[in-house]
Design a protein around this ligand. Structure first.
Ligand SMILES: [Zn+2]
Length: 846
């Protein structure tokens, strides 16, 4: 008797809890019992634990198996091999005819096609969660949203299933999300601890916000540097959703934020005003109502930036949809005290759930309107382009096939039409060669993306930027480009074909030669150095009789003599050919060291290339983004391993095992006096420090280098500034991501491989440095009229003119190569990556 009673009691208790949860999240709602609830499947109430990604996916699989109204699609894979999925939910009829629905919807995107009957078309709604892995309420809300939409017997849920295809993307960044999930779960107390000082609420470096390579994926929708966003964008363009929800978290002491964002200041210039002024306000009424119903407070129209196309809530606005950012005050952990009392994880999840449902509701109610808007968006793209003076952009670097290809791929990924340039042309003092340059017409459905790629903006109606005020991708790729008032090309590029590479026939040569101008030349160099091949570099140009005729080789070209190698010439040839193939390089060879012009191959201006042995300091106090960008660059573009050492392990390193130390931006004050002495000693004996942005302040404070800063005197402004305006005034003094023109010394080893002395750089700091007293050691400096794109205050613009962008400080036999501007920004500054790699390979020649 006892046992059944106990069992009954247990069942009652569980039922009671389930009811409690359902009362909290879904008061009074009936659910289809054939579909397992999250509690039944996971074994805990949503909000009690952070749900591991494998369990989340398993639950979605279960939902898809339990109902004919759901289908789980795998759209890619994260770096750490977690599946990237979309759970599609609609009525059975739509799920069975998904491809038909999709093709019909895509008609809206093509203004040439007749407008389909929008009254019969379901709304396409994408709910995307947890792009920042340590903003976990989104992923949990995804679970509840999916369950509710599929299992709820309510009229509201039924109406959404009938009239929408809902695509739930539970975590754009599953690797980061699991990092945080494990962190929160492993520190969960019983009872839980709400004190913000508890370790549960304070992650270690790197945080769950970022992906495998420590990238912020909510900046990657435009650059597509990371595999997660490449998959997402491929998928995006197969659907062009009408509405995209992008669910985030913010500071614990806040409440809830939804759009509209701040008018004008934080809006993107290419997005139709209708989006901001009409549609956003229409949708906002649904969110307000949903949160009012449960008494949750919120705010709108302030602060959050919606201008940069790399945000998940802005990109859809440039694709005819409505991108919506949601920000929930974070419990960061299971419960955390705030100025309004304790915030529970469940509370944060419930708010996200309510706005998720409201998004679907609004999407369905405004369905026809949003379909018409999608068509109108691409139609007005053509009419607006028609009014433009610029009819096309031409671009291409004559000497760097790889960088051209990378940019072409980016354009194709964003569905921008691009054509081969069929004749040699000179425009704005730049030459564009047939076969090595391409043309993008402005008159095309993706006109607004074309502008995002090429247009430079320097005038703004506001001066506060959450992130960046310039994102001209053609500048980031460092490609020569120009606007034209006509468009005449005919051959469209659909896919990128493999280019034919040159490699010498097997004969007896004195040396092999490689031009360093190509983006992937460093990959070639690393691979052959790794194979034990002796490599030399020329610091002056020469012309050689090669196996492919007479060729000019600029400074920085690699020379691989066949003598002085510790391997047979066959073996040498084999290694070189392998490296050339995998890095896509043209290699030439010569039978004589006697040059036709310039220096000979045995000149004193040709010197051995030292193999870099690199260590990078990371961990608390250093910038995870900059460190990640360097790691990502070396891994994916060079194939070079790098030792990433936590700053707290510095005692254990013998620096003499390395020749290069990388210091990303950060605070290095944790290093002790004896550690700094070790560092100075190593530097004096020939070591190289490559440092980025704010790291210079520490180097200077420890007197490791002695450069001169330009004083950071502020724009004075009026005598009196109202207290309420303080943020606007102070914010206007910050430099938040803008682009400048510098002059590069291409005869300096840092400039090897560059043909053009004009180089755009990306700046997002307010450190100003005077050029070096040593006249030869400021290889990159700002021009007298440097602003290319973005916002900067007048006082800062004056200060930046002629200042240093890269400086080399000699320290004994060694040196510090300091980058004021980040050459590897977001894995997308292909134009300045080579500066960084030159510092790595050629430091001892500076
Ligand atoms: Zn976020």
């Amino acid at each position: 008797m006892k046992r059944p009673l106990l069992y009954l009691l247990f069942a009652l208790l569980t039922f009671g809890q389930l009811e409690a949860q359902q009362d909290y999240f879904f008061p009074g709602e009936q659910f289809d019992p054939a579909i397992p609830s999250p509690k039944e499947f996971l074994g805990y109430e949503i909000g009690e634990w952070h749900t591991r990604y494998d369990k989340l996916i398993a639950y979605f699989e279960k939902l898809a198996h339990s109902s004919s109204m759901a289908e789980l699609q795998v759209i890619g894979q994260s770096h750490q091999l977690r599946p990237l999925v979309v759970l599609v939910i609609s009525n059975s009829d739509n799920i069975q005819n998904l491809e038909k629905v999709r093709l019909n919807h895509l008609q809206l995107v093509d203004p040439q096609k007749p407008l389909p009957d929008v009254s019969r078309m379901p709304a396409i709604i994408n709910l995307a969660y947890s792009v920042h892995g340590n903003e976990p309420s989104g992923g949990e809300a995804a679970i509840l949203t999916a369950y509710w939409l599929l299992a709820s017997q309510s009229e509201k849920a039924r109406e959404i299933r009938e009239n929408a295809i809902v695509m739930i993307d539970p975590a754009i960044n599953p690797d980061g999300r699991d990092r945080h999930t494990n962190w929160a779960n492993m520190h969960k107390g019983n009872p839980p601890v709400s004190d913000p000082l508890d370790r549960e609420h304070n992650e270690i470096w790197p945080s769950g916000r970022v992906n495998h390579y420590w990238f912020d994926l909510n900046r990657d929708w435009l650059p597509l540097a990371q595999i997660e966003l490449q998959s997402k964008i491929d998928w995006y363009h197969t659907w062009y959703p009408n509405v995209v929800g992008d669910f985030h978290e913010m500071g614990t002491n806040s409440t809830y934020f939804f759009e509209p964002t701040k008018p004008f200041g934080s809006e993107n210039p290419v997005v139709p005003r209708k989006n901001y002024e009409e549609i956003n306000n229409k949708f906002a009424t649904y969110f307000a109502k949903a949160l009012d119903e449960i008494g949750s407070l919120y705010w709108t129209k302030e602060v959050f930036d919606n201008s940069y196309p790399g945000y998940g809530s802005t990109y859809p606005d440039i694709q005819g949809g409505l991108g919506l950012v949601f920000e929930q005050a974070s419990s960061r952990g299971h419960i955390q005290s705030s100025q309004r009392g304790d915030i529970t994880f469940a509370f944060t999840i419930r708010n996200q759930l309510k706005t998720s449902i409201a998004t679907m509701e609004a999407g369905v109610k405004e369905r026809e309107y949003m379909h018409r808007y999608l068509r109108e968006f691409f139609q007005t793209a053509l009419t607006e382009a028609g009014k433009e003076k610029v009819k096309s952009y031409i671009f291409g670097d004559e000497f760097d096939a790889s960088r051209n290809r990378l940019f072409l791929q980016l354009l194709l990924d964003h569905k921008i039409k691009v054509y081969e340039n069929d004749r040699d042309q000179n425009l704005e003092g730049k030459s564009f060669k047939k076969g090595k340059s391409w043309v993008v017409p402005t008159s095309q459905p993706q006109y607004r993306m074309v502008r995002s790629m090429f247009e430079r903006v320097t005038e703004f109606s506001d001066s506060i930027f959450y992130d960046a005020s310039s994102w001209t991708m053609a500048l980031a790729y460092g490609l020569p480009y120009a606007g034209q008032t006509n468009f005449s090309a005919t051959k469209e590029i659909v896919t990128l074909e493999n280019t034919k590479l040159h490699f010498p026939a097997p004969e007896n040569y004195v040396a092999y030669i490689l031009d360093w101008s190509d983006y992937f030349a460093p990959k070639f160099l690393h691979q052959i150095q790794n194979a034990g091949i002796h490599v030399e570099v020329t610091s002056l140009p020469f012309t050689s009789a090669t196996d492919s005729g007479n060729k000019e080789f600029p400074a920085g070209s690699l020379i691989i003599p066949t003598a002085f190698q510790k391997m047979s010439s066959e073996e040498l040839r084999k290694h070189l050919q392998q490296a050339a193939t995998s890095s896509g390089q043209d290699v030439f060879a010569t039978k004589t060291g006697f040059s036709l012009k310039g220096i000979d191959l045995g000149s004193n201006n040709v010197t051995a290339v030292r193999k870099p042995k690199v260590i990078m300091l990371i961990g608390n106090g250093t910038s995870q983004y900059e460190a990640g960008e360097i790691w990502h660059l070396l891994d994916t573009k060079v194939g070079m391993p790098i030792t990433k050492m936590d700053i707290s392990s510095f005692n254990r390193v013998n620096l003499h095992d390395f020749n290069t130390l990388i210091l990303p931006s950060g605070f290095y004050n944790i290093l002790s006096g004896s550690q700094i002495n070790h560092l100075k000693d190593w530097l004096n004996r020939g070591g190289t420090i490559i440092s980025l942005r704010t790291a210079i302040q520490w180097l200077q404070s420890q007197e490791i280098i002695k450069e001169e800063f330009l004083s950071a005197d502020q724009e004075q402004g009026p005598e009196f500034i109202p207290f309420a305006s303080r943020r606007d005034f102070e914010g206007a003094q910050a430099i938040g991501g803008s682009v400048y023109l510098t002059r590069l010394d291409i005869t300096h080893p840092l400039g090897f491989g560059y043909r053009n002395t004009e180089l755009p750089v990306y700046r997002n700091s307010s450190i100003f440095l005077k050029p070096s007293k040593n006249k030869y050691q400021t290889p990159v400096r700002y021009t007298a009229d440097p602003l290319l794109g973005g916002y900067i205050s007048k006082a800062n613009l004056e200060k930046i003119k002629q200042s240093a962008s890269v400086i080399v400080s000699q320290v004994g036999q060694g040196r510090v190569i300091h980058f004021i501007d980040n050459p590897n920004f977001r894995g997308t500054w292909f134009g300045t990556n080579k500066l960084f790699l030159n510092a790595l390979f050629f430091a001892d020649k500076m």
